[in-house]
Design a protein. Structure first.
Length: 225
């Protein structure tokens, strides 16, 4: 994993957080779009100082399998784009240098994804369970996930609530609760859900489009805790 852009950035953030005396009692974090899954990696890998609340605003926690603003289920062109991305996304050099490739998740080639995804397959415990990752994530008091109902950038949009496409095809989706990841509780999300630590919010609008009023009413209260 040496040389992987996201891995390097996460390690740098962890080092900065550990050195900040103001954060030693804990802190709340908010990540927008891809920043949300990167911050989740921080929570899983770096428990000191402790992250108390993680707010994911349009994050892609199960990755993406689509080109922004491309309706893959209804357009042959989008399928061709997917095929082109699949040919290179799991190339070792691309995995280490192209950020988006690090959370590209191909449900049609599950074995290839699990073997060559340097970042996402690791933090989602898809090559085995790292008990430290699981323990650290469960230290969160709240894990808030925001889905944008008219999102034309993230495909599938279910990934914003930790859902994704069912393995082996590219049309039907499943919720987090229906997934193997949840049923086997690889990340501790099932336990967190039962404990009331998972919060699923939704809002109308395209990717990262929300009103000031919605933001203040729905997200700011989690930052005040």
């Amino acid at each position: 994993m040496i040389g992987c852009w996201v891995q390097t950035q996460v390690a740098m953030v962890c080092e900065k957080l550990a050195q900040d005396p103001k954060l030693q009692g804990g802190y709340n974090a908010m990540g927008f779009s891809q920043g949300a899954q990167f911050l989740r990696a921080v929570a899983q890998r770096c428990p000191n100082p402790p992250m108390k609340t993680l707010i994911s605003v349009g994050g892609q926690h199960q990755g993406v399998y689509g080109f922004p603003r491309c309706p893959g289920e209804t357009s042959k062109i989008c399928d061709y784009i997917r095929e082109a991305l699949n040919t290179g996304a799991y190339n070792d050099w691309i995995q280490k240098h192209l950020v988006q490739a690090e959370y590209w998740h191909d449900p049609l080639n599950d074995d290839l994804y699990k073997k060559h995804s340097l970042f996402l397959a690791d933090i989602n415990q898809e090559r085995g369970v790292n008990e430290t990752y699981k323990k650290n994530l469960q230290m969160l008091e709240k894990f808030v996930m925001v889905k944008f109902l008219q999102d034309s950038v993230v495909d599938p949009v279910d990934t914003e609530w930790f859902g994704f496409l069912k393995t082996g095809q590219a049309k039907e989706t499943e919720t987090l609760q229906e997934s193997v990841l949840y049923k086997e509780d690889r990340l501790g999300l099932a336990a967190m859900d039962k404990a009331g630590k998972l919060v699923f919010l939704k809002t109308e609008g395209d990717h990262l489009q929300f009103t000031r009023e919605w933001f203040v009413d729905n997200l700011i209260p989690f930052l005040r805790s």
